[in-house]
Design a binder for this molecule. Structure first.
Ligand code: GRF
Length: 188
């Protein structure tokens, strides 16, 4: 199973995938890693691991439609079976998802459909829930919507800050992403 992983930030979830592949625990080929802006640590660490990388810089396009077209072409060049949004902080078009047969996997640091959007951890804390978690799902063109594949709960402690809670969620999120990819690869 060939995957292309999209990142906007540090890519620690991506690193878990890279490590699992290197350890022989995950039978997927990371065909490429792409970002929506230059200078991400996610791209830097991929390049260091010898993985092809690309950037389709959102700011270089006149509008979202042009950027979506360019992103679709850049990803399609690697002919992936599955595209993974791993901390990719931009909504892609339905056309992008259709181009990859709907196989666009996303991870989110909350128990969807609760707390979608860019601040899932902060919003869960602000609401005052005592349990949140993470979700791996097939993404559609909405904001963190689409069929859920796997979820796991994480308790919120009184002493948590957004950072400490997010770090604990990400530990679980990395495991869930790797195990979901392993299941998809086994079924492919
Ligand atoms: C993850 O929690 C992801 O769900 C969210 O941003 C975080 C990305 O972390 N959208 P990293 O870049 O993989 O470290």
């Amino acid at each position: 199973m060939r995957i292309v992983v999209l990142v906007s930030g540090t890519g620690s979830n991506l690193q878990a995938v890279i490590d699992a592949v290197a350890a022989g625990d995950l039978d997927v080929e990371i065909a490429a890693v792409g970002a929506d802006r230059p200078g991400t640590y996610g791209v830097e660490r991929s390049a260091a691991a010898g993985i092809p990388t690309f950037v389709v810089d959102f700011k270089e396009y006149a509008n979202r439609s042009d950027w979506n077209t360019a992103l679709t072409q850049a990803v399609a060049a690697y002919d992936p079976d599955v595209v993974v949004s791993s901390g990719f902080m931009r909504i892609v078009s339905a056309g992008f998802i259709d181009a990859f047969g709907g196989k666009y996997l996303n991870t989110h640091p909350a128990l969807l459909p609760a707390f979608p959007g860019a601040h899932g951890v902060r919003d869960a804390m602000a609401y005052g829930v005592k349990v949140t978690g993470c979700t791996v799902h097939w993404a559609d063109a909405g904001v963190d919507t689409g069929p859920i594949i796997a979820q796991e709960a994480v308790s919120i402690e009184d002493s948590d800050t957004e950072e400490t809670l997010h770090e604990r969620i990400k530990v679980v999120e990395r495991r869930l992403l790797v195990s979901t990819l392993a299941s998809l690869a086994a079924a492919s």
